[in-house]
Write a new protein. Structure first.
Length: 215
């Protein structure tokens, strides 16, 4: 995976199909239905790259003709953890790739005035220490939500966490990396900056509202 030396901890997914789809996602004229489909597809393509170093183990397989050896992903089932609400839009696409994955949920919203995260829900599978986690949120802005979500996952015992976001602001990447240098951040677009309301520029607007048509 190509990394971004300028921002430690960040890996950018530069695949042409991902970049093409992000441009449509950014377009204010893209309707909810297409927006949702694109988030789903981008998440799947990103997960393909984000899971490139998952551990494998050798298994015996009986083909119709003979016994052979193959490989399968080792360890307990991969666990997807969307940050509600917008992270939900990334789950189904990744499940198409990893259908046996478990799904936890972290409920967080950003207070409109302070921009600080407020948490309202947390549920992940047991045996957290033995699982690989993909934390999902399309937007990494100030980084407050991602840091809070990773804090919660670690408090519950998670030790191997990767954070997948579609669009990130540099300040958010730095905040997450400073707080959790062990958590790789995989994103598909590194944008310029935040505006005075904490929105990413150029960004794509409010991901939750665009996904669920609540604007
Ligand atoms: C958005 C987004 C992230 C968060 C990013 O969620 O989906 O969770 O903001 O901002 P941050 O990096 O500054 O914390 P929001 O709080 O709008 O909640 P929603 O998904 O329920 O709309
Ligand atoms: N959350 C969003 O949905 N969009 C942004 O630009 C910033 C935070």
């Amino acid at each position: 995976m190509p990394t971004t030396p300028a921002l430690p901890g960040l890996t950018l997914v530069r695949h042409p199909l991902v970049q093409h789809k992000i441009s449509i996602l950014r377009d204010r004229a893209t309707p909810t239905k297409i927006f949702k489909e694109l988030v789903d597809e981008i998440a799947m393509l990103m997960a393909y790259e984000a899971t490139i170093d998952l551990g494998l183990e050798t298994v015996e397989v009986d083909t119709p003709l003979e016994r052979t050896t193959g490989q399968r992903v080792s360890g307990k089932k991969l666990t997807l953890v969307p940050i509600l609400r917008a992270g939900l839009g990334m789950v189904e696409g990744i499940l198409k790739l990893v259908p046996a994955a478990r799904v936890g949920h972290i409920g967080l919203y950003r207070d409109h005035d302070t921009l600080e995260p407020v948490d309202y829900y947390f549920k992940i599978p047991g045996d957290a220490a033995e699982r690989d986690f993909l934390l999902l949120d399309p937007m990494l802005a100030t980084g407050g939500s991602a840091v809070a979500a990773i804090n919660s996952l670690k408090r519950a015992g998670a030790q191997r966490i990767r954070f997948l976001c579609i669009v990130a602001a540099p300040i958010g990447v730095t905040r997450v990396h400073d707080a959790h240098p062990d958590v790789p951040i995989i994103c598909a677009a590194l944008d310029r900056e935040l505006n005075e309301h904490g929105y990413i520029l150029p960004g794509l607007g409010d991901a939750g509202d665009r996904l669920f048509g609540t604007r």
